[in-house]
Design a protein around this ligand. Sequence first.
Ligand code: NAD
Length: 482
Amino acid sequence: MTMQSYYQNYINGQFVDGGAGRLEVDDPSDGSIIAEVALADKADIDKAVQAAKSCHQEGSFAGLRPVIRGRMVRAMGEYLLEHCAEISELLSRESGKPYWEAVIEIEGAARYFEYYGNQAETVEGRSIPLGSSYYDFTTYEPIGVSGQIIPWNYPVEMTARGIAAALATGNACVVKTPELDPLAATYLAKAGEAAGLPKGALNILCGMGAEAGSALSSHPDVNQIVFTGSVETGIRVATAAAQNVVPCVLELGGKSAAIVMPDADLNNVIDSVRWGIFFNAGQVCSAMSRMIVHRDVHDEMISRLEGLATSLSVGPGIERREFGANMGAMVSEKQRDRAIGLIQGAVSEGARLITGGHKLNRPGWFLEPTILDGVTTDMTIATEEVFGPVLSVLTANDEKEAVEIANSTPYGLVNGIFTSDIDAANRAARDLRSGQVFINEWFAGGVETPFGGYGKSGYGREKGREALWNYLQTKNIATRIG
Ligand code: NAD
């Protein structure tokens, strides 16, 4: 693959430089600089919002017959699949994730375009009977300009998740990509061009959160905001949007727990842990960052967890081409050192380090797969999101206590239970406070299933049919028959 040394922003159908200059992007596997990206300033964000607003008002996109829009959205996904190898290469280099995981991300992104492209012509209004003197009907219109602020953990897939639904429903988008790994998102602009999106329907800019992100979230001509990231920034974004009475969807991470009962299939549990906490080096909002294990299977589980964690090889993502028992670097030195700080804090509060906990003795932002046992609900690590390959194990005496522990954080994104008792599974599904509950498989579900949080995990739903309604206004038209 030939890498460009500089990647531009995409505004109103053109690739352009940034008013704030350029930013260097590093390779997390050795810290070397791989390319520069154009950095947007407030004025660039304004240009992009004005382009999106004009596109919306002219109706060149919103006014299309939905089947045509749907085909364009699907074509964006097809473009990603056609260029999957080169996009995955770039994504692996800038994010540190194994190449094979980058391929999964690009295929996942393409799937969003397929799913929402197919939904475009399913959004229909309805007629409401008001007696023989009236015709009344309700329609759904695109909300207008959707501002989307993207995190670094899945920079292409998270962007696809938001823009596929927004475009399928006829909105124009302004996307602020993450500073740490913004390069592969360039291909989404190319995908939009190849699919024939009109100018201004899709604008993609990298910029610093404090300048470009904040300009987008406070812009008076943005009609809706989707934010994925930390709680702290989410509160800032929602506060800025509230000044303009603009609705938000916030997806803010979690501290999700898997409950393991004595009658669980422990091989199956271990398969889920492999994906649940070590996929993307644990940098996943819905990661299985806690395990609440029943006392009767605690020792057996700890020994199997240690076996799993020590079986994973850790190293440069770009060298890991094929699916395997391996893990790449974390995205940045700051994120890696923050995770190590949380592990050390847990040990000083009384947790037992079973394996891992250290950086690798080589350049790059690597952290060993880590298992902590003896974690209790009063420890910082029991409630604070690590966002790394770190599993905290807590012990419960029975199902009721396990559910109470699972519910004892301010978050509520996902939770799960492993058991062969259908009543226990159904009780947990009823009592766990989270937007999704996994029974006997972590990450069960897909693009089709609604996803979002209770409590500090945020509000609104992404994925599934539910997400379409984030991007639509409801209008009722009532006619008196003369
Ligand atoms: P962040 O919330 O600061 O950044 C997410 C996005 O918000 C980035 O695009 C960033 O540029 C933008 N942003 C930053 N400040 C902004 C502002 N004032 N206004 C508007 N946009 C702004 O997250 P981070 O610093 O990259 O990571 C910190 C922590 O956030 C992580 O340790 C993790 O716990 C959490 N996180 C969660 C997710 C998730 O998927 N839920 C993703 C990334 C990070």
